[in-house]
Design a protein around this ligand. Structure first.
Ligand code: HEM
Length: 157
């Protein structure tokens, strides 16, 4: 039977994710639209985001275990930030540009899954950034992203 690698395995290793986000945030800090938003970010920010995405993609649980993060904690970082669609698009554009520059895997299947995740994650960041309180409970599991489709629209109970 065919063994399908996780997105993390296909992309490389933890260094792949750390280098991607280090290079990306260098650009973000120099960006006219995003620079001021991130200028006071913690020294751990870049590593935390790299570990978060690596874990979502099926990699080691560094964000939840080593960094003591959770999905709720990550969502909480965006509450009240009042992010705009323009900022979201720039964030996404710079990340995809960085992926190309670094030669991240560029096969259609991987890039489709990557863009799908980033569209989902950045839109959630914008939605949550308009709130004043974190709607997510601490026990909420980490999202998992794979190669497939979203499985349908989000319909609340
Ligand atoms: C898939 C999309 C995204 C992921 C996975 C993500 C992940 C994270 C994580 C893990 C943190 C906490 C870092 C820490 O522990 O220090 C964080 C903070 C933050 N994120 Fe995001 N984020 C995403 C999208 C965005 C977008 C689109 C924006 C803005 C356009 C944004 C703006 C911020 C800001 C301003 C912070 C706080 C920075 C500070 O410490 O001052 N995020 N994000």
């Amino acid at each position: 039977m065919k063994t399908v690698p996780t997105l993390y395995e296909w992309a490389g290793d933890i260094q792949t994710f750390e280098t991607l986000f280090e290079t990306f945030y260098d650009k973000v800090l120099r960006d006219d639209l995003l620079g001021s938003l991130f200028k006071n970010m913690s020294p751990d920010h870049v590593r935390h985001v790299a570990h978060f995405v690596a874990e979502v993609f099926g990699g080691p649980t560094l964000y939840t275990e080593q960094d003591q993060g959770s999905h709720a904690k990550m969502i909480g970082e965006h509450i009240g930030k009042m992010l705009t669609e323009e900022k979201r698009q720039r964030w996404l554009q710079l990340l995809l540009q960085t992926a190309d520059e670094l030669g991240l895997k560029s096969d259609p299947e991987f890039r489709s899954a990557l863009v799908g995740y980033l569209e989902w994650g950045t839109r959630l960041a914008v939605i949550n950034s308009q709130l004043t309180e974190n709607p997510m409970v601490e026990s909420e599991p980490m999202p998992r992203w794979g190669w497939g489709e979203t499985g349908g629209p989000y319909i609340p109970n």
